[in-house]
Design a protein around this ligand. Sequence first.
Ligand code: URA
Length: 487
Amino acid sequence: MSSGAEALWRERHHPSYAIHMPAPDDFAFWRERARALVQCDIPPDRVSWIEPGGTKSLFADSEFADVPVPDSSSAIVRASKAFLSLARQAALHSDPDRFALLYRLLWRLQDDTRLMEDKADFDVRRLDALGKAVRRDSHKMHAFVRFRLVEAGGQEGDEAGHREHYVAWFEPEHHILRANAGFFVRRFANMRWSILTPRGSLHWNGEVLCEGPAAQKSDAPDGDPTEDLWRRYYASIFNPARLKIGAMLKEMPKKYWKNMPETALIPELVAGAQKRESEMVATGALEFDPQPETLEAIEKAVSQCRKCPIGDLENHAVMGEGPRNADLMIVGEQPGDQEDLAGRPFVGPAGQLLDAALKVAGIDRAGVYVTNAVKHFKFVQRGKRRLHQSPTAKEIDTCRWWLEGERALVRPKLVLALGASAARSLLGKTVSINKVRGRAIALEDGSELWVTVHPSYLLRLDGDARAAQERDFAADLASVRARMEMV
Ligand code: URA
């Protein structure tokens, strides 16, 4: 065969495939295409993953074959939970080769199911590094996005405005904008805001989230009265006891400083730090850290948390417990008296009722991550007794930071909220349990929320009312159990 004919023969028998990604962060699309390619036995060196606006392939589209469709008898594609969870993060990296790396790893996992444990493997190390960079970028975004007022709120009923409009400018290194939208919607649920970035923009009007095009720094406001607010806020939370310039620079790289009004205060704060230290030790300063990266770090931070007054009561923080890769997370309201003493969630009367109901539903509590919307016990002292008090919406919203940290690390497929406080924490707004129970609610991270009543509510009922509510509670748990089989 001549070399030209040989090339033609090879091309016919070993065609190449171009996959055009619809968006640079579309992990679901990559996953679906990658699965089909593995099932059709297409090795990684014959696949080009092309991003929108990314570098064009050396070849014209006509030189690529159509992507094959696997038939129904195709083998199951193996992908461990550890791989998928890291791959989902790494897919947001700005490295143009990330989708090829992911596919190469998926391909290799079919023969080597323990590949992800090989920390010396080049591809595994690269995946870890991409995931870490993306997580770090997200932490920065959570910590350093600063909203500035661009439009004052109008009178109620005023068509033009009713709400003040805040705008923030941020420069993410990776494609993290959409993946972090839920964080900002929940945290600033009642504000009207826009986040502008060079990679796209997000706009929230208090009800609906929209995506917009990429923006430029000049589109964002550059100074306004709220900056003073930030400055005062930062001055109040600035903790001189922790003042280490090196560490500060690490946490707040200079490239973020330029967008932060409060950084103008840093020299002044450094100078005044010594003087203020004793005052702050006495009052207990607020921390303003990026989200911790491990459950242990969250536990430690929660035990020192004084972002709301509940932490100042005589109590202990109660961290969630359970497998750190649990498929199901159950979220209660807050620890009670017994949980506070034991340092574990749901061990008192409500916990016993919950355990019994889980057993009937066929859900093994040992496989579930159990936690609370609020991590400290809120109570009033009556003689020797500590009487439970419900947390306020503000306290729930403040403590949501920790629950979000737990969710980001455990990444449950299903979340079950027990009662209104847990539902508020997960949905960012108060809902009526009866309106939302018994059906799946999609959460922004791809997991599914189910809502039911709190077991303490059942304990307060008796007679027929209790029997009826227990039946509904059991039915809700049975639905969750059934869903666990499917997701
Ligand atoms: N109630 C809750 O909501 N959580 C607990 O941990 C115990 C009781």
